[in-house]
Write a protein that binds this ligand. Structure first.
Ligand code: SAH
Length: 244
């Protein structure tokens, strides 16, 4: 995604668009752009626009859409990361690095060994913070979309869309490596990747995931930290399918 973000544009040519207050300040104060300048802005849904600036003040920047272009940085494979809730800033790390690598959406969930158990009042705040991190990382890494961060849920409420392969990274898996499992799955349009908390998954949880159709995979003989496993495995999956 280009540096500017137009969250609510309809994308019609000729439409007058309002930049966000943050982008307005940046355009007027830092970049000191003037009316009549052309900039590129993204909608976070896979499209970028050439926009001619009209009004430029630190409080308000508007412009007119001249052209619409498809963003080419998006992987053809949409990875949904089902990430067990992690402590402190580890979750921020997963959101930031996972977005850079190319994860499509994040679904945080509580598992039996999740160390933190936020109160409902806190979860909204956390979700806002994570969404903001995903937005910043999407801008920085020039993603075509802003990855969705879904509300924190429980294991039994996780969605299992039909036809979407799911992999659960489990250090107890002794037979199947990631490479072997991926080799048996022709490139899918979407894929679910499930990563456990600091203490790993309980055996019954792995059994639950396999009952839901997920395939257990080993990430090799070294144990990755919970916040490393998601972004690294996502990168390996995208690499395997020719997206990196
Ligand atoms: N506490 C556990 C490790 C948990 S690692 C132990 O010491 O044995 C956190 C999560 O990262 C795991 O739940 C798993 O989803 C993933 N993970 C890390 N290393 C892995 C590996 N070598 N194979 C499979 N999954 C791994």
């Amino acid at each position: 995604m280009p540096k500017f973000f137009l969250p609510s544009t309809t994308g019609a040519i000729g439409e007058t668009v309002h930049f966000t207050p943050e982008d307005a300040r940046h355009i007027a104060r830092v970049l000191r752009l003037t009316p009549g300048t052309e900039v590129r802005a993204g909608d976070g849904r896979g499209y970028a626009y050439r926009v001619l600036l009209h009004t430029v003040t630190p409080q308000l920047v508007t412009g007119e859409i001249l052209a619409k272009e498809e963003e080419e940085s998006e992987p053809a494979l949409k990875i949904h990361l089902y990430q067990s809730l992690l402590k402190g800033e580890k979750m921020d790390w997963v959101l930031q690095k996972g977005t850079e690598v190319g994860i499509f959406a994040f679904q945080p969930f509580l598992s039996s060994r999740s160390v933190v158990r936020p109160e409902p009042a806190q979860t909204g705040k956390k979700q806002n913070r994570w969404s903001r991190i995903a937005l910043e990382a999407a801008k920085q890494s020039r993603r075509g979309i802003i990855p969705a961060v879904h509300p924190l849920t429980t294991i039994d409420a996780l969605p299992w869309p039909a036809g979407v392969p799911a992999l659960v990274a489990w250090e107890g898996e002794e037979e199947k490596s990631l490479r072997q499992v991926l080799a048996a799955i022709p490139k899918p349009a979407e894929l679910i990747l499930i990563i456990g908390p600091e203490g790993g998954f309980a055996r019954e949880e792995v059994a639950f995931f396999t009952d839901c159709g997920a395939l257990p995979v080993s990430l090799g003989p070294r144990i990755l930290r919970a916040e490393t496993a998601g972004p690294v495995t996502a990168a390996l999956i995208l690499y395997h399918y020719g997206e990196i």
